[in-house]
Structures are given as C-alpha cells and as structure tokens.
Ligand binder design. Structure first.
Ligand code: HEM
Length: 268
C-alpha cells in the first residue's frame, strides 16, 4: 500500500516570509532585496541561523488519535512536577548547606527566616510527593491503555528508568533536612538496600560513602540528589519525549479501528 504523506502543518505567522513590497521583484535579486526579505523579528533571526523551526514543528504538530482524553495529560503533569522540583530546588540550594553540623540549621533558616523560604520549601516537599503519585498514575495509564506494546517497548523501558530515578530523588532528598526522622529513616532505607542479592552490600557501602553512616553520606546524598539524578532524569525525559513525538500516542483500547472502505474491499 502506498505510504500516505501528510500535508506539512502551517507555519506560525511569525515565520512566514513578508509579502513583496511595491516595486519589488523586477527579476533581479540584489543585496537590497535580500535585506528586505530578511527576518525582522528575533524568532526570524534565530531561525535563519539555526533552522530550529523545522524541529519545533516536528515536535508540536502531531496527529492525535481519536478518543484522546484527560488521562493523556498525566505525562505532561509529571513533567510539570519535575520542572517545579528543578526550579524550587535551585532556590533551596542557595541557602542549604550539606554539612553534617550545618544542614539542620540551614534548613531551619530556610523555613523561618529566608524570604518566601517556607513557601519554596513547601512547594519542593509537597511537589516531590505529587511527582511520585503522578508518575505512578501515568504508568498505570500507559499500562491499562496497552501503550507499552510494539513499537513503544523502548519508551516503556525508558519510563521504568525514569520511575527508578524519581524514587531515587525521593530517597536521597529525604535525608537532607538532617533531623531525627530523616536520619533514622535513611538508615533504615540504606539497610534495606543492603539486603539486596549480590549488589546489596556494595550498594550499601556506596550509599553510606564508607563503612559508617556519617558526614560523607550526607554530601554524597546531596550530590546524587541535586546533580547526578536530575541530569539523568532530564536526559531520559528528552529521549522519552523524542519517542512520543516520533511514534505518536496510542489510541484508547475501546476506540474502534476505522477501516478505509476501499482498503477493506481490496482485502476481501
Ligand atoms: C519523569 C517521569 C515521566 C515523564 C515526565 C513522562 C512524560 C511523558 C509524556 C509527556 C508522554 C506523552 C503524553 C502521555 O501519554 O501522557 C509520555 C508517554 C509515555 N510514557 Fe511517560 N513519562 C514519565 C514516566 C513514565 C513511566 C514511569 C512509564 C512506564 C513505566 C512511562 C511510559 C510511557 C509510555 C509507554 C508512553 C507512550 C504513551 C502512548 O503511546 O500512548 N512514562 N510520557
């Protein structure tokens, strides 16, 4: 069957070339004509040098299957929760001190004294729970809609990595206030990791940053929490969204396949 080619989606009005001015277009193209055709907006200027608009059109103008509903917004909601964590995390890092003697005090300072500190810390703390809930709901949506099947298996696998990374963020972030609850809860968590087969004891040593739980553990958790894992999550989200744009989303399972009557006749 010949492959159907979709018509190119319309260009945003900002990117369409300006209409010719009177007296223009006498057949000869001089430097002045080129200058008149040149982009007049910042978007034009950047696009002339990068041709990025092609990529943006490829990403944004997509065919969406019939039956697409609110459940399809859960992935974007998770993405938004991640961005909220990234932005509020940057402001928290301006005041937080990952040293065993000053971590608790710096957290207290953020909550009680820094301008809007309690609000930003609250957004980050509640946002972490929101992100975990959303990522599970999004996973449930893709599972129950059968979106993990061919050709989207790789996107499911990337999703599993994203799930593990999200849980790692929660686990490493919990220690940072360095109060009694976070300290003892993290010891329990690290010990649970240690019971894993084969890799358990090594993972235990790696997380503690040595044989004992101490100051090195805190700086290690902080580095993992604010550099390593967010970087990995951002890269994985990039790959995840590339595949979503390339493969499109799956129609809901109850959506009937619309058969082209001519094709159905040919097959019969
Ligand atoms: C940080 C975490 C994640 C983010 C930001 C994210 C984001 C997204 C977005 C925006 C979409 C397209 C819209 C939608 O279907 O909701 C999507 C689709 C998809 N996601 Fe995720 N996702 C994440 C985690 C996961 C997890 C944990 C899984 C499964 C283990 C997963 C599996 C999929 C699959 C299979 C699709 C394709 C859906 C379809 O074809 O209908 N994602 N994701």
């Amino acid at each position: 069957m010949p492959k159907l080619k979709l018509p190119a989606p319309p260009l945003p009005s900002k990117l369409t070339p300006a209409p010719k001015r009177p007296g223009q277009g006498n057949g000869k193209v001089g430097a002045a004509d080129v200058a008149k055709e040149a982009g007049t907006t910042v978007v034009d200027w950047v696009d002339e040098r990068t041709s990025l608009s092609g990529g943006v059109r490829w990403m944004l103008f997509r065919k969406v299957p019939k039956g697409t509903n609110w459940f399809y917004t859960l992935g974007s909601a998770t993405l938004f929760a991640f961005l909220n964590q990234a932005v509020t995390g940057v402001f928290l890092a301006m005041y937080y001190d990952p040293s065993a003697t000053r971590a608790y005090e710096s957290t207290r300072f953020i909550t009680n004294e820094a301008f809007l500190g309690e609000f930003v810390r609250g957004m980050h703390k509640w946002g972490s729970s929101v992100m975990v809930v959303l990522v599970f709901l999004h996973m449930a949506r893709t599972f129950f809609f059968g979106a993990y099947k061919y050709p989207r298996e790789l996107n499911w696998v990337i999703g599993v990595v994203l799930l593990i990374l999200t849980m790692t963020m929660s686990f490493t972030g919990y220690l940072l206030p360095f109060d009694q609850r976070s300290y003892w809860a993290t010891i329990v968590g690290v010990n649970i990791n240690g019971t894993g087969p084969l890799v358990g004891p090594y993972l235990n040593d790696f997380l503690r940053g040595g044989p004992d739980f101490g100051a090195t553990t805190l700086s290690r958790f902080y580095a993992i929490h604010m550099l390593l894992v967010p970087g990995a999550i951002a890269a994985m989200i990039g790959a995840h969204l590339y595949l979503v744009a390339k493969l499109g989303t799956t129609a809901p399972p109850w959506q009937k396949v619309e058969t082209d009557p001519t094709v159905a006749e040919e097959r019969a």
